[in-house]
Design a protein around this ligand. Structure first.
Ligand code: SIN
Ligand code: CO
Length: 402
């Protein structure tokens, strides 16, 4: 098994490991010498950017074999796309290893989403994009394709940085407005695709694409693509989720009563008093303020996806041993944990945390960096902080560094 997929190394990222170091890559090279401000003003959510050697030597964390291993795991989100005689076939994982070994030499692609939950090094990669709020992050998807492989011309609803790992891939883009898709295809594939520009990406190259831009990636050799995707919540999704949140919070005593009921002319007509009462009751109940919106958004955005679950430690350390361990080596969030904050409100994995203001700066550091060095674990009022971290350790949300 690939060392990166070992369960223990997954569970125990080391914040002082070289993998977390800033030394090798700078933001300068990631954006090809462009400032973050210029990138955000001119490209982000607007137009593509190709960066040659954005991440030189990047991409040996996974190969066909180890990606296939991930795609066979129960908790992974894998898809296999095959094109045969112009027909597109889509299958969902988890897969049997034999299925993935027996694939033809050309024209297929294996894609695994949520790799940031499975691979500790992914944290390092995602941190390269810290200039974009974590609240926008969707996930890291990794694909493998032999020559001719890809998912066909399409568009996505998110911003994405496509980083070339091993091998070479040709990316074609089109500014076309016609986004009509092929009817009946298992994937959204564009009916017409008019190539405006194309590039061949080599290992370490990166292509940023804004949402709704038609594109097509075709493997030229055996090739791996790493996609860092940033979601933009859809209005319908966010409102639906908020209404469910409101519903869960509602406590509505009382009921309609009509002691003054008068005889009506039409038995089938809905009474005015009932309409008025309903309107008044709904208006009174469906109220919210910024604090409710913050609470909703923090919980919603940090909520683990449906297939994500945490592994509490099998033999948890005692509180004393845990304290000693983090004070010696520091700690890191588990790769699956999502931690966000707004002001003094903190959210982790869909839960809201009530903590005293003394813990605020330590928690902000943990949320931003996803790890704490030993010295940083000592800052806050010690008892309360250790107690809190220990609860998260027992839930599998974080681990002492090794
Ligand atoms: C990929 O094939 O790795 C990326 C697919 C895409 O264009 O979204
Ligand atoms: Co795409």
């Amino acid at each position: 098994m690939d060392k990166h997929l070992d369960k223990d190394s997954h569970a125990n990222p080391n914040p002082q490991d070289k993998t977390f170091s800033e030394a090798d890559y700078s933001l300068q090279s990631l954006l090809g010498g462009m400032s973050v401000e210029k990138f955000l003003a001119e490209h982000w959510h607007k137009k593509p950017l190709l960066v040659r050697q954005a991440l030189p030597n990047f991409g040996d964390w996974l190969n066909r074999e180890s990606l296939s291993e991930l795609a066979c795991q129960e908790n992974s989100e894998g898809r296999l796309v095959q094109f045969k005689r112009g027909e597109c076939k889509l299958e969902y994982g988890p897969f049997e290893p034999e299925t993935l070994q027996a694939l033809p030499k050309r024209n297929w692609s294996l894609l695994v989403s949520g790799v940031n939950h499975l691979l500790p090094e992914a944290d390092w990669l995602l941190h390269r994009f810290d200039f974009i709020p974590a609240a926008r992050l969707d996930d890291l998807m990794v694909s493998f394709a032999p020559p001719g492989g890809g998912v066909g011309p399409h568009f996505d609803s998110y911003d994405v940085f496509l980083i070339q790992g091993q091998g070479r891939r040709r990316w074609e883009i089109s500014a076309q407005d016609d986004l009509t898709t092929v009817e009946g295809a298992p994937l959204r594939i564009l009916k017409e695709f008019r190539v405006d520009e194309s590039w061949e990406l080599e290992p370490g190259d990166m292509l940023y694409l804004p949402p709704q831009l038609a594109h097509n990636g075709v493997a030229l050799t055996d090739c791996m693509t790493w996609s860092v995707g940033f979601r933009a919540p859809k209005a319908e999704e966010i409102v639906n989720q908020f209404l469910t949140y409101l519903q869960d919070k509602l406590e509505l005593p009382g009921m309609y009563d009509d002691p003054d009921l008068k005889r009506s002319k039409h038995v089938a007509e809905i009474p005015t008093t009932m309409l008025d009462w309903t309107e008044k009751t709904i208006r009174a109940a469906a109220r919210w303020d910024k604090a409710d919106i913050t609470d909703f958004l923090g919980r919603y955005l940090s909520e683990p996806k449906a297939h994500v679950y945490f592994d509490p430690p099998e033999r948890p350390k005692s509180l004393a041993a845990f304290t000693k361990a983090i004070q010696k080596k520091g700690l890191a969030l588990d790769a699956r944990s999502q931690m966000l904050f707004r002001g003094e409100a903190f959210f982790i994995n869909g839960e809201r945390l009530e903590a005293s203001p003394g813990l605020s700066s330590m928690l902000k550091q943990l949320a931003d960096k996803r790890y704490l060095l030993p010295s940083e674990c000592m800052h806050a009022p010690e008892q309360e902080m250790i107690g809190l971290l220990y609860i998260w350790y027992q839930a599998g949300y974080l681990f002492p560094a090794e």
